[in-house]
Design a protein around this ligand. Structure first.
Ligand SMILES: Nc1ncnc2c1ncn2[C@@H]1O[C@H](COP(=O)(O)OP(=O)(O)OP(=O)(O)O)[C@@H](O)[C@H]1O
Ligand SMILES: [Mg+2]
Length: 417
């Protein structure tokens, strides 16, 4: 459980003992006045703030209680600067807090989902499409997110209300050398990094993550939106260690057929494809994107127009540059259901020669991965023992929280050059 930050010492916080919330209505950097709490995660609190009639989002990390990771998050986000990432304005310290000032965005997908309980197939596929864009963007810049979940995706505001943004890079990490593009070794970690409910099977097995893990998590997020829940939610358990193991077991035993039953086949194909990616394999984002377009235009017979379940006529009026969102689609006519060919199908029945070649490559990668896994076996057993001991200690303190993060954000400290 995160505690409320201690009463800060600086002038800015002089009245904080009179107010239950030590941040709300206070000014930071002599400019930004915190006017509304937007969200609170396990590592930070986010407020809407105002300065000269403009609005910003300020993320606070308590200096004395936190792990001092917000600065790294700011560095990663500034480096990643791109169309689906919140713009970073500044980073600094004020009293007890590290503060990240960024572009103000709208509601998170979790907030929207909580009001609706489910998303339509069309909405889910259009979100999936944008998720492929932003993940490809960060992956191409050598970064993996490692905490893909509905709370970490937010919609844009005003003219950008069609756009999906990815935030919370507190667990993000560089996964390969930017010079050689060689991926870092596939090793056993000491504990799970991420959020158990959406974590990939390999992440739950505490293995080093790569691009495939962000993509597999995305599949669980999408199925959560479609189904309204995931089969491994709400398992009755006593200790956290057990909980992770039980979630892992349930995830492993849940076939893609069961998970995606009653939904367009493309979702099952997505789960199969991402679950079968090799550690260092280049994901075919284009194929995945095309499949999401197919779901909307072919299966649903709808237009790929970024009109979501919650979009109002007022939202549509405000929109500008929606065309930019479809840049990754190439020449595909978003209304035409005829022109899509079998290449966009991820099922093995429709493999082209190119697909067969990539299959060979994939098999080689898998073999390499297996060898690496075996060579790490002794180390793994040793670390697993250690990991279990430290996890058990934590279990005594916290029980049965369905989707909390692990607190190894220290791992996010990474060199970007
Ligand atoms: N720029 C922003 N604009 C609007 N809302 C935001 C913004 N950044 C964060 N939020 C809201 O605050 C919540 C918490 O932010 P964030 O995920 O960065 O914090 P965290 O403490 O690292 O979370 P976690 O529990 O995932 O570790 C988000 O889920 C979102 O609802
Ligand atoms: Mg978060």
């Amino acid at each position: 459980m995160e505690e409320r930050p201690k009463t800060p010492r600086s002038e800015n916080f002089g009245q904080s003992h009179l107010n239950k919330d030590p941040i709300l209505n206070k000014k930071f950097f002599s400019k930004y006045k915190a006017i509304k709490k937007l969200g609170e995660g396990s590592f930070g609190k986010v407020y809407k703030a105002e300065y000269k009639g403009e609005y910003y989002a300020l993320k606070f990390e308590s200096h004395s209680e936190g792990q001092n990771l917000l600065e790294t998050e700011a560095t990663i986000m500034s480096y990643l600067k791109g169309p689906n990432i919140p713009l970073i304005k500044s980073f600094g310290f004020s009293g007890d807090y590290n503060i990240l000032v960024m572009q103000l965005l709208g509601l998170s997908l979790e907030d929207i989902f909580n009001k609706r309980q489910k998303f339509s197939v069309k909405t889910t596929a259009m979100l999936g499409y944008q998720m492929m864009n932003v993940l490809q963007f960060i992956h191409d810049k050598h970064i993996i997110h490692r905490d893909i979940k509905p709370d970490n995706y937010v919609m844009g505001l005003n003219d950008m209300n069609a756009v999906l943004y990815l935030l919370d890079f507190g667990l993000a990490k560089k996964y390969r050398s930017s010079k050689t593009l060689e991926q870092y070794p596939y090793i056993k970690k000491k504990k799970l990094t991420g959020t158990a409910r959406y974590a990939s099977i390999h992440a739950l097995e505490e293995m080093e993550q790569s691009r495939r893990d962000d993509l597999e998590s995305t599949g669980y997020v999408l199925m959560y939106f479609l189904r309204g829940n995931l089969p491994w939610q709400g398992l009755k358990l006593k200790t956290k260690d057990n909980r992770y193991q039980k979630i892992l077991d349930k995830k492993k035993e849940t076939t893609s057929e069961e998970l995606c039953k009653n939904f367009p086949v493309e979702f099952k194909q997505y789960i199969d494809y991402t679950r079968n990616l090799a550690y260092a394999e280049n994901p075919d984002y284009d194929k995945l994107r095309k499949n999401f377009i197919n779901v909307v235009t072919k299966t649903e017979g709808e237009t790929f127009d970024f009109i979501y379940d919650w979009t109002t006529p007022g939202d549509i009026k405000k929109r500008k540059n929606v065309d930019k969102l479809t840049q990754g689609i190439g020449n595909i006519n978003l209304k035409n259901t005829e022109k899509e060919n079998s290449k966009s199908d991820l099922s093995s029945e429709n493999e082209s020669n190119e697909d067969n070649q990539s299959k060979d490559k994939k098999e080689k990668e898998k073999e390499k991965e297996k060898k690496e896994k075996n060579s790490n076996k002794n180390k793994i057993n040793e670390e697993a023992k250690q990991g279990k001991t430290s996890n058990n200690k934590k279990n005594e303190e916290e029980e049965d929280d369905d989707d909390d993060n692990t607190n190894d954000k220290v791992e996010s400290k990474c060199c970007l050059m």
